[in-house]
Design a protein around this ligand. Structure first.
Ligand SMILES: *Cc1c(COP(=O)(O)O)cnc(C)c1O
Length: 382
């Protein structure tokens, strides 16, 4: 067994060997600027085209609907701010949910200070937005609704098809943050009625700092980064060539054979949840029991300080995360756990274990073995 057990795949994943291999030539031999006219540049441009084609294919899009970015945060910010500014004369109302990633929430908050109005949809105790609530919130001046495909903290899948359809019917733009969904569940831009979709490579064994925004053909949004002519004049800056090549390869690998991989991971996750709960009292599984990402195990432990649990697990060689990776280090309890109705204390007693391609049965059994001891120990100290 590896000496460390990594169960934080929702935070990031290792670049797979096939992806690293595909990327390698683009640092040195094929280092060209894709905008250059000469052969070296054209070679780089060809690599961009292939990556765009692979990415488009993976989500049922056309290559010209894919715009490469620096990752999920940029894609979310761009989708929301870019739409707001492009459509500000049509309306200034935006709808999102209370459980979005901070890249969405803080972009909306920032727009709130620029004269836009934002409605934050609540979620039920399992983390689901109600499509009826979403439809009821849509107004004449609503220009955008943004609801994530799957939640990064509790794994809940959102009813994005229904929400997307309701938005489309009313001529309201629909954005979905699909960062956690790619490679885990089927994601298709048409099926979701998505106008805009955010993707990040490092969540599915691609490199960090690379992602894309899907922008449906005919949809107008303002650029966020201004400068050169790259990405059809929509996103300036010399392309992160090796990173984009890695994204293309990674998304192809992640979506190929997805059902088998997801089934294997879900079985390990279910064993993990059962194993932990069998030996420990006062443990609750957060999120939806079935409509959830196959790899997500979000637990709340009564009478436990999550930070202390994380540290003890780390000492035992197990990498997990608290309510939210972004919120860790701060004492603010996770906005997602609060939105599903957890008290501050319950939210602070939460732990997220996220499994992945590298997770083995031995690792799962080891976590099941170690967890009750640590929890009992921490509880006895209070
Ligand atoms: C990780 C994540 C992001 C941010 O992506 P980066 O590429 O790290 O900027 C956005 N949304 C969700 C749901 C995520 O899990």
């Amino acid at each position: 067994m590896k000496d460390r057990i990594y169960m934080d795949y929702a935070a990031t994943t290792p670049v797979s060997p096939e992806v690293a291999e595909e990327m390698a030539p683009y640092f040195r031999e094929c280092f060209g600027n894709p905008s250059s006219i000469h052969g070296t540049g054209r070679e780089a441009h060809k690599a961009l085209d292939l990556a765009r084609q692979r990415t488009a294919e993976a989500i049922g899009a056309k290559p010209r609907e894919i715009y490469f970015t620096s990752g999920g945060s940029e894609s979310d910010s761009w989708a929301i701010i870019g739409t707001a500014f492009a459509l500000k004369d049509k309306g200034r109302h935006i709808i999102t949910s209370a459980v979005e990633h901070h890249a969405v929430l803080r972009s909306c908050e920032w727009l709130g200070k620029q004269g836009f109005e934002v409605t934050y949809l609540p979620v039920d105790a399992e983390g689901r937005v109600s499509p009826a609530d979403a439809a009821a919130a849509m107004r004449k001046d609503t220009i955008l609704i943004s609801v994530m495909t799957a939640n990064n903290e509790i794994g809940t899948l959102e009813p994005v098809q229904e929400i997307g359809a309701a938005a489309r019917e009313r001529g309201i733009r629909f954005h979905t943050d699909a960062v956690q969904a790619i490679g885990a569940i089927p994601v298709n831009t048409e099926a979701l009625h998505a106008d805009l979709m955010s993707i990040s490579a490092h969540k599915f064994h691609g490199p960090k700092g690379t992602g894309c925004l899907y922008i449906r053909e005919g949809i107008r949004i303002d650029p966020l980064i201004h400068g050169g002519e790259q990405e059809r004049r929509m996103r300036a800056g010399t392309e992160n060539l090796a990173g984009i090549v890695g994204l293309g390869k990674a998304i192809e690998l992640a979506t190929g054979g997805m059902h088998e991989k997801s089934a294997r991971i879900a079985a390990l996750r279910d064993r993990l949840v059962r194993g932990i709960r069998e030996k420990t009292e006062g443990v609750r599984l957060n999120g939806h029991p079935t409509l959830r990402l196959p790899n997500n195990c979000s637990l709340s432990f009564d009478g436990i300080e999550g930070e202390a649990l994380l540290l003890r697990l780390d000492l035992a060689g197990i990498a997990a995360s608290g309510g939210s990776a972004c919120a860790s280090g701060s004492l603010e309890p996770s906005h997602v756990l609060k939105a599903i109705g957890l008290s501050d204390e319950e939210a602070r007693g939460s732990l997220r274990l996220t499994l992945g391609d590298g997770t083995t049965e031995e690792e799962t059994e080891e976590v099941i073995r170690v967890m009750p001891e640590i929890v009992a120990d921490l509880r006895s100290m209070r």
